[in-house]
Design a protein around this ligand. Structure first.
Ligand SMILES: [Zn+2]
Length: 102
């Protein structure tokens, strides 16, 4: 049947395709002449984005293959501290906590 297909993206870490809503958008932001990876969970930041599972395992794979520079079309290897910190604060899977939210 003609189910409306969700947009799919490829994770830069494990290279598996997944619905865009399951992946974290990542952009490179210029910071004092350095490029820095930034998570963009709202998918609102301008520019080219890379997509990755919000999973430290995928992050490690992406770093190993230097996939971010390629996916974001930037020269060299962008700094990843901000993104690494974001991932350590993320639960592996989003949990719905009733009674929370603004
Ligand atoms: Zn992945």
């Amino acid at each position: 049947m003609a189910r409306r297909a969700q947009p799919e993206r490829t994770c830069v870490g494990c290279r598996r395709r997944a619905p865009a809503s399951d992946l974290l958008r990542i952009v490179a932001v210029e910071e004092e002449a350095d490029l820095s990876l930034r998570p963009d969970p709202a998918r609102r930041l301008p520019g080219r984005g890379a997509n990755m599972h919000p999973d430290p395992a995928c992050f490690a794979q992406a770093l190993q293959r230097r996939a971010f520079g390629r996916a974001l079309r930037v020269a060299g290897v962008p700094r990843d501290e901000a993104l690494a910190e974001y991932l350590t604060r993320q639960p592996p899977r989003p949990v719905n906590r009733p009674g929370e939210g603004r």
